[in-house]
Ligand binder design. Structure first.
Ligand SMILES: Cc1ncc(COP(=O)(O)OP(=O)(O)O)c(N)n1
Ligand SMILES: Cc1nc(C(=O)O)sc1CCOP(=O)(O)O
Ligand SMILES: [Mg+2]
Length: 215
């Protein structure tokens, strides 16, 4: 089993990659900067990449995340996660079912699941999810189709489950303080980290704000 405490600690500032703003940098360089700034978990997310492309990118990210002691998962693609020896996978309600991902990966790897409701949260926990991603807390151009989850539902989910919860969607320096008192373990962030010209500095600032909000 992947160490439970490392998963919960990892939720604090969860970096979800996007290669839309590389601007001459490699994704590996961007991820290194995010980790240097205080990111505690990394998810490789590329909705257009083939399994082969995901494996190639993941193979560049696995060693640097492992060296830093930061858990690394692949979004959506269980086959790529296994081939690249990632620490696990993150699946949503329209992806491979949590129980199937767990069966494919085994008990030693991480399975994260996206949920929007309390019912989905309880179902994912019962199916063996290691953590939940809950969103969208705010509208976001990164994923315009994301369904809004109210803060009341976020609080209900956090109170009802025993596994860690990370909030996602529109989280940045202005909105992260709103997570205080909700019971979440952290914030998952795409653009406020990877669209920044200085990723390390932006991540550092976000980390301070998340730590202030969550204590
Ligand atoms: C930490 C985290 N939470 C939620 C999501 C969204 O997953 P999903 O609903 O499967 O949507 P896509 O990311 O696949 O577009 C996530 N990726 N990470
Ligand atoms: C990947 C993703 N999932 C979401 C969900 O609500 O499930 S919102 C989202 C994108 C979050 O991007 P940003 O940090 O730039 O707002
Ligand atoms: Mg998905």
């Amino acid at each position: 089993m992947y160490p439970r405490d490392r998963i919960r600690e990892g939720m604090r500032l969860y970096a979800v990659t996007d290669d839309a703003w590389l601007d001459g940098r490699t994704l590996a360089e961007c991820v290194e900067q995010a980790i240097a700034g205080g990111a505690t978990f990394v998810q490789l997310r590329d909705k257009r990449a083939s399994t082969e492309e995901l494996v190639a990118t993941a193979e560049a990210l696995v060693p640097l995340c492992r060296k830093a002691g930061v858990p690394f998962v692949v979004n959506d693609d269980v086959e790529a996660a296994i081939a690249a020896d990632a620490d696990g996978v993150h699946v949503g309600q329209d992806d491979m079912a949590c129980a199937s991902a767990r069966a494919a990966l085994g008990s030693g790897k991480i399975v994260g699941v996206s949920v929007q409701t309390l019912e989905e949260a309880l179902e994912a926990e019962a199916a063996g999810a290691d953590y939940l991603g809950v969103g969208a807390m705010f509208g976001t151009p990164t994923k315009p189709e994301a369904v809004d989850v109210g803060f009341d539902e976020l609080r209900r989910i956090c109170a009802a489950v025993g596994i860690p919860v990370v909030a996602i969607g529109g989280l940045n320096a202005s909105t992260v303080p709103a997570l205080g008192g909700c019971g979440v373990d952290g914030a998952a962030v795409v653009s406020a980290i990877f669209a920044a010209p200085d990723i390390e500095a932006s991540t550092k600032r976000l980390r301070i704000l998340v730590d202030e909000a969550l204590g």
